[in-house]
Ligand binder design. Structure first.
Ligand code: NAI
Ligand code: MG
Length: 354
């Protein structure tokens, strides 16, 4: 099988970590019978300054018509609003209907309290439909309002994806990957005790989706979002797959990333029907750019995550294992993890293990 992968480095350290992503795909063992073709694509603030568009139409067209998946580095956002500029990754998610943001948060299994969870965040609606307005109250003071939109359709498909991910994680475990979980579990997060219509619909629909017979082996539980935060920090090891509406998912996933120490470790994927973009969770890190010290692991794990969604679990598992090997040995770590290794040295160590 030949997969065509779009490469969008973007800005800052995106330009240092995306080439590492390409290298690891090229280094996968020949026995997997997987070939890759790469297409270099533009997006980001530098692209905006050069061309007037942060996300050129050509980038979207090529992704849509020619690619099986993509890797996205990071983009810089100007600190003050710049006319005509808006985030290319947000636009890309919309234009390719990448309705799920998937973020695994995993420590090494040799950690004192290992954790291994994935947060599945709905990515198209909720408060992020950005339908806001400000008006005046009778006394002239301001009131601002925002629409929180939850649909049955979007809730159903995100919960279904969470169920599929839970099954796939179980399959990977059964193939021998070390794990702290014995059986698949999906935790539905909501606040339906207060928001009975919106979050109530999310909760009921997610329950219905996960009641499908193919998920009969998947445990399903619920957690109100505020107590979810508490438990996430107290007992993170209990969670396997967490599914949440957009806003809660955004907050939970950034919070969970803190549990493993560095942003440089945490991957994500933006997923739609038959398409996935791997994206490290960190930004363009202007404070360390150009120094060859960015941690490439978030990107390498994002490559593996993209492969999972392209049904290449075996290849993905090999990348995860090579990364874990580097972290467990702990000899060649980048400075964000307390080491002195360069980006190049970390990548070389992981490629050797692969
Ligand atoms: P950031 O994630 O770029 O950096 C936060 C801190 O983490 C910095 O000290 C940085 O050096 C460190 N860090 C991040 N990734 C690292 C890695 N791979 N290895 C080692 N250290 C790493 O977030 P910040 O500083 O808030 O934003 C910088 C720029 O990135 C801004 O323009 C922001 O808008 C943009 N950004 C873009 C995102 C995206 O493309 N999805 C996400 C977050 C921020
Ligand atoms: Mg966020």
């Amino acid at each position: 099988r030949t997969l065509r992968i779009g490469l969008i480095p973007g800005d800052g350290i995106g330009k240092e970590v995306i080439p590492a992503g390409r290298k690891i795909l090229e280094a996968l063992p020949a026995s997997l019978k997987l070939k890759f073709e790469f297409v270099d694509l533009k997006a980001g603030f530098e692209t905006f300054e050069q061309t007037g568009a942060a996300l050129p139409d050509k980038t979207v067209e090529i992704l849509k018509n020619e690619c099986d998946g993509a890797l996205f580095g990071a983009v810089s956002s100007p600190s003050k609003a710049v006319k005509g500029y808006s985030s290319p990754i947000v636009a890309l998610r919309k234009r390719l209907d990448l309705y799920a943001n998937v973020r695994p948060v995993k420590s090494v299994m040799t950690a004192k309290n290992p954790i291994d969870m994935v947060i599945v965040r709905e990515n198209t609606e909720d408060l992020y439909v950005k339908e806001e307005k400000t008006y005046e109250a009778a006394d002239g003071s301001k009131i601002a309002e925002a629409i929180k939109r939850i649909s049955e359709k979007a809730s159903f498909r995100i919960a279904t994806m969470a169920g599929e991910i839970a099954l796939r994680r179980q399959k990977i475990r059964e193939s021998g990957a070390p794990s702290i979980h014995k059986s698949p579990l999906v935790t539905i997060t909501h606040k339906s005790n207060v928001l009975s219509q919106t979050d109530g619909l999310f909760r009921a629909t997610a329950r219905e989706a996960l009641a499908a017979s193919r998920f009969s082996s998947v445990g399903v539980e619920e957690q109100i979002v505020d107590s979810m935060v508490y438990k996430l920090f107290r007992q993170p090891e209990t969670y396997d797959v967490i599914v949440a509406p957009n806003l809660y998912g955004d907050i939970l996933s950034d919070g969970a990333a803190a549990l493993v120490g560095s942003l440089g470790l945490v991957p994500s994927a933006n997923v739609g029907e038959g398409f996935a973009i791997g994206e490290p969770c960190h930004g363009s890190a202007p404070d360390i750019m150009g120094k060859n010290i960015a941690n490439p692991i978030a990107t390498l794990r994002s490559v593996a995550l993209m492969l999972e969604f392209l049904n290449e679990e075996t290849a993905a598992a090999k990348i995860y294992a090579a990364v874990d090997g580097n972290l467990e040995e702990g000899r060649l770590l980048s400075p964000d993890l307390g080491g002195t290794a360069t980006t190049t040295e970390v990548v070389e160590d992981i490629l050797r293990r692969l």
